[in-house]
Design a protein around this ligand. Structure first.
Ligand SMILES: C[S@@+](CC[C@H](N)C(=O)[O-])C[C@H]1O[C@@H](n2cnc3c(N)ncnc32)[C@H](O)[C@@H]1O
Length: 336
């Protein structure tokens, strides 16, 4: 059976062109997660960009995995006479499609790209995205990754060294819940390490509808400000299925909170705590600017931290142009 997938358009044509290898890799990995081996290719037809692939047939699982895609907008089956039969578009968001998009600020990670790195971690992990997984973004800024994961119905935690970013992210989430009249509770809890206050965790418990909230079928979002290399001091261990983060680019963000430390040293320092935060079978996807960090370096640092680095096939060739001075790449690793 042949399938054609329509790509989500991006307003910046040069960026759109640069993410085509990412869209191909993502489609291959999502199909692989559903047990379907296929080699997607790029097609240019009717002035539109499509991803084409051939397989024995998409079952519910295959369709479900593709519905998570960051880049694919619509999946359709090729029928006789060139007819296209839509199969399914995107996954239904748990709270609202617009959640990751509304808040705009300098240094925000592109929402589509954020969705992509979450998918990379999911595909490398041993877990199914249909379960309410737990995701950690240890450099969350104002929460783009968290909001993306909230919409999958997952429980999320974000950490950032900049208290102002954490506060702005939490403030926005509260407003979003209130504006959309989503039932929720808010909490603020001081976490202590060895008798000393280590961090204040802002928490939200909510559900996509009132009946679920009443029945206790809720989800949580937590945000706190600290150097995430110290996460273990909060007792965060073997808790998360997935970790996805966009590392500082060295353009707008310095190596945060650790003056005098190189970005390389900071990556080496945080990785042990990030590894410990993952459950066995969990996976992490880290994106970074290749002008400040090299893929080989990040992969070596992950391996030194005892992680199994994913190399070859769809995990290679992910470097892409973002803007002047930023070419981004992604490294993925699994905790065995
Ligand atoms: C590229 S930004 C992430 C932006 C985020 N994805 C968003 O959309 O808002 C990198 C973030 O890493 C944070 N950071 C740098 N070093 C850190 C550390 N040691 N622990 C926690 N956060 C850190 C910076 O404050 C910055 O917000």
């Amino acid at each position: 059976m042949k399938y054609k997938c329509l790509l989500r358009p991006h307003s910046n044509g040069r960026y759109q062109a640069s993410v085509i290898p990412l869209a191909l890799a993502e489609t291959e990995l999502l199909l692989g997660k559903a047990g379907i081996q296929a080699k997607p290719e790029m097609l240019e037809e009717q002035g539109l960009q499509w991803i084409g692939f051939e397989c024995d047939g998409l079952d519910e699982r295959g369709i479900g995995e593709l519905a998570r895609s960051a880049h694919v907008y619509l999946v359709s089956e090729c029928r006789d006479g060139g007819m296209l039969m839509p199969v399914r578009s995107a996954e239904t968001p748990y709270l609202g499609d617009d959640l990751p998009y509304v808040l705009k600020y300098k240094g925000k990670t592109n929402e589509t790209f954020t969705k992509f790195i979450v998918n990379l971690a999911l595909c490398a992990s041993s877990f199914s995205g249909d379960e309410p997984l737990k995701l950690l973004d240890p450099m969350c800024g104002r929460g783009t990754t968290l909001f993306e994961a909230v919409n999958r119905g997952w429980n999320v935690m974000g950490v950032d060294v900049l208290a102002n970013d954490v506060d702005e992210g939490a403030k926005f989430f509260k407003k979003y819940l209130e504006y959309h009249r989503i039932k929720h509770t808010v909490s603020k809890k001081s976490m202590t390490a060895k008798g000393k206050e280590a961090a204040v965790v802002q928490g939200f418990e909510y559900a996509c509808d009132a009946a679920k909230f009443k029945a206790g079928d809720t989800r949580t979002l937590r945000m706190t400000s600290m150097d995430s290399g110290r996460l273990h001091t909060l007792g965060v261990k073997k808790e998360f299925h997935l970790l996805a983060t966009d590392l500082p680019y060295g353009v707008q963000h310095g190596p945060g909170g650790q003056r005098g430390k190189s970005l390389q040293q900071m990556v080496r320092d945080v990785l042990p705590a990030w590894r410990d935060a993952l459950l066995p079978g969990g996976a992490m996807a880290l994106s970074f600017n290749v002008n400040t960090l090299k893929l080989d370096f990040v992969r070596e640092a992950m391996a030194e931290a005892g992680l199994k680095v994913m190399v070859g096939g769809a995990y290679d060739g992910l470097a892409h142009w973002v803007e002047q001075a930023i070419t981004r790449d992604v490294a993925v690793a699994v905790k065995e």
